[in-house]
Design a protein around this ligand. Structure first.
Ligand SMILES: [Zn+2]
Ligand SMILES: [Zn+2]
Length: 319
């Protein structure tokens, strides 16, 4: 799990379009006396033909328009979202209306509007290139020959349809992590106490990749070191990170280890410190030789950055 360090541009973009979308759907546009228009000539929603939604249960409408509930929903932090869900759960909906609520958030809002139209721009603004959970795959997907962002809902949208469009619930991820994540046993109401949320800063959230020898000298195993019983340890387990890397990164691991042993003693050191020394910065060397980024904030720009970085650090220590 990799922290999302800077997200302001993504958040600003999201705030405007999603807030206007909700208000448009609930109140309609200018042709209604109480209709919504933010009067920003660049607003992608208020300048569009987005219509009032006729099929919203009245109780949902009342709830969303109460106090600052739309703000809390659109850009409230994860803990705020859970408080909001607790208030929302007190409202008694008929079975039919419950279905309508889910449909409104998941289908009408997320899948048919946000995902299709704006997820790619959202991801560009957020500037996240690889999966937040694994850093192994890119976050763009080709669907019907169009690129779309793969976004995981941290609080599953099936359990919390209300958060289908909430900024802090949308995590850029890859297709496989988006589908394996989440053991059915997770108590989501308490999940923030047990797991690291990518948008929140926590202590003990470091972990390191390493390797060990397997049965033979040519057989290596990926290891992960992390503080025992920390939230990060639980998080990595829930995301299957070790299994993912064990099954998919053997080639990368082997290449790096061979670089160290097949060539001269300290080939990696020589590459970094002698061959290119003075010609390229350390960042440039890593990018050119290993195809990765070496600063933590930039890991997400290229797949395997953290993995290769940690392995190289370990190899450099071996004399
Ligand atoms: Zn607007
Ligand atoms: Zn992933």
């Amino acid at each position: 799990m990799f922290q999302i360090h800077s997200y302001n541009e993504g958040l600003e973009f999201h705030k405007q379009i999603v807030k206007c979308w909700f208000l448009r759907k609930l109140k309609g546009g200018k042709s209604y006396t109480d209709g919504h228009d933010c009067n920003d000539s660049n607003c992608l929603v208020c300048r569009s033909k987005e219509q009032k939604e006729q099929n919203i249960p009245a109780k949902l409408k009342v709830f969303l328009l109460k106090n600052n509930n739309i703000d809390r929903l659109v850009f409230g932090f994860p803990g705020e979202l859970i408080s909001l869900a607790k208030e929302f759960e007190k409202i008694k909906f008929s079975k039919k209306d419950k279905k309508k609520v889910s449909f409104f958030f998941i289908k009408t809002g997320y899948e048919n509007w946000f995902q299709k139209k704006y997820s790619k721009i959202f991801l560009d603004k957020l500037n996240r290139d690889t999966c937040t959970y694994c850093n192994r795959n890119y976050t763009l997907n080709l669907v019907d020959s169009r690129t779309r962002a793969e976004l995981d809902h941290w609080f599953p949208k099936e359990k919390y349809p209300l958060f289908a469009l909430s900024f802090f619930n949308l995590i850029p991820s890859c297709h496989s992590c988006n589908h394996i994540k989440g053991s059915p046993n997770i108590n989501w109401e308490e999940a923030l106490n047990d797991y690291v949320h990518p948008y929140l800063i926590e202590k003990d959230q470091n972990f390191k990749f390493g390797f060990n020898y397997g049965a033979s000298l040519n057989d290596y195993k990926v290891e992960i070191s992390v503080v025992k019983n920390s939230k990060m340890e639980k998080t990595l387990k829930a995301n299957n990170l070790k299994e993912i890397y064990s099954s998919s990164s053997n080639k990368e691991l082997k290449d790096l280890i061979e670089l160290k042993y097949k060539y001269s003693d300290n080939y990696i050191d020589i590459l970094i410190n002698k061959t290119f020394n003075g010609l390229l910065t350390e960042e440039e060397i890593y990018r050119m030789v290993f195809g990765i980024e070496i600063t933590e904030e930039n890991y997400h720009k290229r797949p395997f950055s953290k993995f290769k970085h940690d392995i190289i650090e370990e190899l450099k220590k071996i004399k």
